[in-house]
Design a protein around this ligand. Structure first.
Ligand code: GLP
Length: 224
């Protein structure tokens, strides 16, 4: 039997399905307010949730971040992505979805990680005490997100609203998902180097209930 390569979509989907299971079980156990992340990492998570059809009629969702400057019907708005990928398949009401500037503390926050270690749109150097605010996007992050804009960097928004690192740390529980080797360096820095504002995801070391789920490719540079 040949080993499955580390970047196998089968194993990546396993990590995503595990996040879907953690979220469904948390809501079954009483969680009522969930912070939702977007990005390619979460596409298989939301596909799995749509397939499993949980009843989330009484759950409130809060967007983690959002582009500034796009038209309200632009499909690249994270709000519209979540409406399409989560709300339509589960037949939820739009009133259940809050923008990132909502002041509510969430019970469970889903997070991805940027290649430079950003969480939400908190770029390296963001204060661990930062609150929800409008931030400029780094060139690296704009380039990483350009595919959704026909790879035309000029079309990628220059600013976004993001929940702050301090805001994210207020969540009672955090679940970070990292998949693919492009995330391996950031994940290793976030978990194995002392927490520093130069590496936003390392703030999770200061949280009492943070779970990190990674596929083998994203975990490949972890040594401890
Ligand atoms: C984006 C988002 C983050 C996301 C990260 C990774 O810019 N603001 O919330 O976690 O970068 O995105 P992806 O999952 O597409 O790699």
């Amino acid at each position: 039997m040949s080993p499955i390569p580390a970047s196998s979509p089968i194993i990546t989907d396993d990590a995503a399905h595990l996040v879907a299971t953690v979220l469904i079980e948390a809501i079954d156990a009483g969680v009522t307010r969930v912070g939702l992340a977007t990005g390619d990492t979460f596409t298989p998570v939301y596909q799995e949730i749509a397939r499993r059809q949980p009843d989330w009629e009484r759950v409130e969702f809060v967007l983690l971040d959002e582009y500034v400057g796009l038209a309200p019907d632009d499909k690249r708005l994270f709000r519209n992505t979540i409406l399409r990928d989560v709300f339509e398949p589960l037949r939820l009401r739009e009133i259940q979805l809050k923008d990132p500037d909502a002041t509510e503390v969430v019970d469970l926050q889903l997070l991805g990680i940027g290649r430079n270690g950003h969480i939400a749109f908190n770029e390296p150097g963001s204060s661990f005490a930062s609150i929800t605010r409008v931030v400029p996007l780094s060139e690296e992050t704009r380039a990483a997100n350009a595919a959704a804009f026909d790879s035309d960097l000029k079309m990628v928004p220059t600013h976004a609203t993001t929940r702050g690192i301090g805001t994210i740390l207020e969540a009672k529980r955090i679940v970070l998902l990292a998949t693919g080797e492009a995330k391996a360096y950031a994940l290793a820095q976030a978990l194995e180097v002392d927490a520093t504002e130069a590496m936003p995801a390392s703030a999770l070391q200061r949280h009492a209930d943070a779970l990190v789920i990674a596929d083998p490719a994203a975990a490949s540079l972890l040594t401890r």
